[in-house]
Design a binder for this molecule. Sequence first.
Ligand SMILES: Nc1ncnc2c1ncn2[C@@H]1O[C@H](COP(=O)(O)OP(=O)(O)OP(=O)(O)O)[C@@H](O)[C@H]1O
Ligand SMILES: Nc1ncnc2c1ncn2[C@@H]1O[C@H](COP(=O)(O)OP(=O)(O)OP(=O)(O)O)[C@@H](O)[C@H]1O
Ligand SMILES: [Mg+2]
Ligand SMILES: [Mg+2]
Lengths: 254, 254
Amino acid sequence: MILTVANQKGGVGKTTTAVNLAASLAVAERKVLLVDFDPQGNASSAFGLNRQFGEPQIYHALMGELSIKDTIVESMLPNLDILPAGQDLIGAEMELVHAPSRHDRLRSLLGVLRDDYQFIIIDSPPSLGLLTLNALVAADEILVPLQAEFYAMEGLSHLLNTLDQVRSTFHAPCKLSGILLTLVDRRTRLAEQVCADIRSYFGDSVFTTEIPRNVRLAEAPSHAKPVLLYAIKSRGAQAYLELASEFIERSASD
Amino acid sequence: MILTVANQKGGVGKTTTAVNLAASLAVAERKVLLVDFDPQGNASSAFGLNRQFGEPQIYHALMGELSIKDTIVESMLPNLDILPAGQDLIGAEMELVHAPSRHDRLRSLLGVLRDDYQFIIIDSPPSLGLLTLNALVAADEILVPLQAEFYAMEGLSHLLNTLDQVRSTFHAPCKLSGILLTLVDRRTRLAEQVCADIRSYFGDSVFTTEIPRNVRLAEAPSHAKPVLLYAIKSRGAQAYLELASEFIERSASD
Ligand SMILES: Nc1ncnc2c1ncn2[C@@H]1O[C@H](COP(=O)(O)OP(=O)(O)OP(=O)(O)O)[C@@H](O)[C@H]1O
Ligand SMILES: Nc1ncnc2c1ncn2[C@@H]1O[C@H](COP(=O)(O)OP(=O)(O)OP(=O)(O)O)[C@@H](O)[C@H]1O
Ligand SMILES: [Mg+2]
Ligand SMILES: [Mg+2]
């Protein structure tokens, strides 16, 4: 199953979610591939993989310069592989603009990997440009991390409209896996209010699990590890393990 | 003087800084124009300006459909005008790709306004695409908000390289006004470490003022006000007032 983590709003926890959900699914004995599809390369550096210009990464597979299997690397967790990205990927957006089926390149690329992995998780950039479009079209389902604050809430309807458009224009499933409340600071009334509003409006589309603000989640990437290897007892690690179970349950009942 | 607030990393406080620095300069009796150059339209909604498709906004001025003066509106603060943005602006990136001098459209547009305002502050999107390029080329100086966490620090060198490239390729001043440490949670060692590292590496390029994490800053836009009208005594409001004085002092001594 291919899951894209998407939200055009910046800093809402897309990468932190892609990284830690992937790791949590891997320790739950699922075979997982984490695909970094953001030129910022944050999901890659969360595992200590820094792709400089020219080093094997998703860009080369996208442009047909390397086979996709030559760009995938194992992580320090059994069951978890990574397809890294680096700044080369910025070039992809420019080069693809004139390509035929420019929205479909990632989908065709990942097609051959579907049987190798139970879950393929794609991290996308904070925009609704061509890269994100590829990530949306390639997915069976979309997970939307939502920071429990005002601007993120404002951008949500736009994102959901975009999912509708992608479904109708490109015949991509683009099914909403769920909205995940992130960076929840329960001590603030603002977070309480946003969570309550989102839940009342979107009901079961919202994951029961919420990800609290927890500094261990921000520290982990500087140690080149997912949080469950850095601080397993932390609230952040526990929340993502909980999310993985809820996610597995939801996909099973689909 | 034209100042662009830029950082391709998402959620580091670009909009919050553009909005509250602009407001603080206005109450310090400077005539200011805040230019929203992000299709998310967050800087606009911080003042209650929600531009739907077709409503007068920067896109129309950029495409020559309206004169720029017909898109500017007064804010609730004397001395502060706003040039709003909405989702129409997404179209600009596609349409400009094939235009001659596509990197220069914003600069030529704002040229006529230089004498009307002491400061023109431009909010830009979390990317290094064509919109951000226009915002960088249009500026005399660049202010870089930097969230005191790992991923933001990683992206900084890439941004600074981009500023060098813009300077040499497009002959734009692109002078670094300064790096502003934002969302600083002094209780965490992570924030302490990042602030210390950034200061030791960049010295005087870093503003003395730091913006603490303060929920009033996140609440203010939901009341359609800059924080100094919403919660003047808050640490967030005081920090941006302090930043405005430091900024005025620095520009004076240039
Ligand atoms: N639950 C959390 N608790 C504490 N810090 C967090 C949490 N989730 C994310 N962070 C931190 O917040 C910042 C933003 O998170 P992240 O980079 O994952 O968001 P993003 O949506 O991927 O950003 P971008 O839009 O730039 O891709 C990072 O510094 C990250 O380490
Ligand atoms: N100092 C602060 N204290 C508390 N909350 C803040 C602070 N600065 C910004 N915020 C909140 O953090 C979130 C991200 O800030 P903001 O939207 O200004 O960042 P941005 O860099 O403009 O994001 P984007 O990359 O999406 O444009 C918003 O919900 C904002 O209200
Ligand atoms: Mg990210
Ligand atoms: Mg912004």
